[in-house]
Design a protein around this ligand. Structure first.
Ligand code: ATP
Length: 136
């Protein structure tokens, strides 16, 4: 069997993925990029988005990733994300609650509210809900 590309996705809280894969597509801050085995090495920062990969059974999988860094080597892709979870692990009620909280903060614009922080929380929640709505 041909050697596979190995994918690791880790966050400060947990290891989310650690397995051989056929291909990876990730949300680089300069645009989405794909990696297959044998890719030229590079490093990039990531933006909030969807990380997709095809597992060794040929099944497409997707994860939420919130920023971080990717290191691409010919035989390994390492993703260090601020937070990440598989689509099947997204808690929809939690994401709805986070979305409502952020929307309320943005709507009231009360003194002491960090608008940028609320905006980022809203983007995370909306993207989690988008991914969960198209669970594979
Ligand atoms: P919340 O306000 O609900 O905590 P958040 O966007 O601030 O949401 P993060 O800082 O991105 O949360 O993530 C903190 C931890 O909680 C991470 O381990 C992340 O994987 C997990 N997490 C956050 N939201 C969800 C969710 N809706 N479903 C599953 N895990 C989640």
């Amino acid at each position: 069997m041909a050697e596979k590309l190995f994918l690791e996705v880790v966050t400060p809280q947990k290891a989310v993925v650690s397995e051989p894969v056929d291909s990876v597509v990730a949300p680089g801050s300069e645009g989405e990029f794909g990696a297959l085995k044998g890719h030229t090495p590079f490093l990039t920062s990531l933006k909030l988005g969807t990380l997709r990969y095809t597992d060794t059974q040929g099944k497409e999988r997707q994860l939420f990733v919130n920023g971080g860094f990717a290191e691409v080597l010919p035989d390994k892709v390492t993703i260090l994300a601020e937070s990440a979870e598989r689509d099947s692990d997204i808690d929809i009620a939690r994401a709805h609650a986070a979305k409502e909280r952020a929307e309320q903060r943005l709507a009231t614009r009360a003194a002491g509210i960090d608008l940028l922080r609320a905006e980022m929380a809203l983007r995370r929640a909306v993207h989690r809900l988008n991914i969960a709505s198209v669970r594979k």
